[in-house]
Design a protein around this ligand. Structure first.
Ligand code: ZN
Length: 270
C-alpha cells in the first residue's frame, strides 16, 4: 500500500480534554506507531496516550487559534520536536508551518495526506483538514450544529458549511466538541417533524449515558439532521421565518436567524 494513499484507512481515537473538547489522535496506514494529533488544547492526555501505547508523534494539526484547541501545542512540539501546522492568517505562537485552503499536508511516516479547506466564520482564519474519508473541522461544523460566530459573518459561515457539505456523504466528521445532544434538542425545536433528528437523539442519549462519544458523525447524517446544513429545506425556512416574524428570501437569511436562535436557545427540561 502506498504510504500516502488518500483512501488508505486511518485509525482515529478521541482524547478528552477539558470538559467537552476532543483531541483527535490519528494513526496512519504507514508507520503503525506513528501518529498526528489535531487540536491539542492540553498536552497531558496526548503524552499519556503516546507513553501508554508506545506511539510516536509526527505532527500537530491546528484548525484555529482558540486556547482550548492550541493550548498544548507548544509543550508537545518542544517535547517531541514535531512541526505544528496551522492556519496562515491566525496568530498562533506555536505554529511552524502556515497553511491555507487548497494546500496539501503530506506526512510521510504515518502515511497521511490531507487537503486544507478554508472555513472562516467561527474565527476569521479557521481551516479544516480533509483526507482518508475523514474531515477534521474544529469548531466550524458540529454534529447537528455549528460553531458560534466569534469573528466571521453569517455569510462566511454559511459558505464554509456549504463547502464541507459538498464533500462525499460517507465522509466521517470529527469535530472539536461533544455538543451533539444539546444540538439535537435545538434541531428538534427547529424541525419537530424530522424523524432522523429524533432517531439520532435517542441514539446519542444512549451513547452519552454510557460515557461514549457520539462522534464521528458522517456528512450524510449531518445533511439529514443539522439545521445549519438544511437552511434550504422548506421546514427549516418556515420555522426560521416564524421565529423572525417575516419572510426570509435567501438561505443566508435563514442561516442567520437559525444561528441567532441557537445562541439563546435553552432546552426544555424533560
Ligand atoms: Zn473555537
Amino acid at each position: 500500500m502506498h504510504p500516502t494513499n488518500k483512501t488508505a484507512a486511518i485509525d482515529v481515537t478521541p482524547l478528552l480534554a477539558f470538559s467537552d473538547n476532543y483531541i483527535w489522535l490519528i494513526r496512519g496506514p504507514g508507520d503503525c506507531a506513528g501518529t498526528v494529533v489535531v487540536d491539542p488544547g492540553e498536552a497531558r492526555p496526548v503524552i499519556e496516550t503516546l507513553d501508554t501505547h508506545g506511539l510516536r508523534l509526527h505532527a500537530i494539526l491546528l484548525t484555529h487559534h482558540h486556547h482550548d484547541h492550541v493550548g498544548g501545542a507548544a509543550e508537545l512540539a518542544a517535547r517531541y520536536a514535531v512541526p505544528v501546522i496551522g492556519p496562515a492568517t491566525e496568530d498562533i505562537a506555536a505554529r511552524t508551518r502556515a497553511v491555507t485552503g487548497g494546500d496539501t499536508v503530506l506526512l510521510e511516516e504515518p502515511g497521511l495526506r490531507f487537503t486544507v479547506l478554508d472555513t472562516p466564520g467561527h474565527t476569521r482564519g479557521h481551516i479544516a483538514f480533509h483526507g482518508h474519508g475523514a474531515l477534521f473541522c474544529g469548531d466550524t461544523l458540529f454534529s447537528a450544529g455549528c460553531g458560534r460566530l466569534f469573528e466571521g459573518t453569517a455569510g462566511q459561515m454559511h459558505d464554509s458549511l456549504e463547502r464541507l457539505a459538498a464533500l462525499p456523504g460517507s465522509t466521517k466528521v470529527y469535530c472539536g466538541h461533544e455538543y451533539t445532544v444539546d444540538n439535537l434538542h435545538f434541531a428538534r425545536a427547529v424541525e419537530p417533524e424530522n424523524t432522523a433528528v429524533r432517531a439520532y437523539l435517542e441514539r446519542a442519549d444512549i451513547l452519552r449515558s454510557s460515557g461514549r462519544p457520539t462522534l464521528p458523525s458522517s456528512l450524510e447524517l449531518e445533511i439529514a439532521v443539522n439545521p445549519f446544513l438544511r437552511c434550504g429545506q422548506p421546514a427549516v425556512r418556515e420555522s426560521a421565518a416564524r421565529r423572525a416574524g417575516r419572510a426570509l428570501a435567501t438561505t443566508v437569511e435563514v442561516f442567520t436567524v437559525v444561528r441567532q436562535w441557537k445562541d439563546t436557545f435553552k432546552r426544555a427540561l424533560t
